[in-house]
Design a protein around this ligand. Sequence first.
Ligand SMILES: [Zn+2]
Length: 77
Amino acid sequence: MKESETCPKCTGTQIEPMNFQNSVALNFGTYYLGDLVVPTLFVCVDCGYCESWIVNQKDLEDIRKYGQKRKSTNPSP
Ligand SMILES: [Zn+2]
């Protein structure tokens, strides 16, 4: 959806990216890393379907490091 700019639900072609505020990002527990990472929401304006993506490569690196650190301090999931 992010790359194709076509909605997988209704095949609508108007996809609008929206930035989460940090307070909203709190609801996405697995993504939330303090103030480091805020996902971008891609919204189909035809049917309302949305996907959230981390679009910043540096943010993905931060999440990768966070995951590796989490595994080393607490091996069980
Ligand atoms: Zn749609």
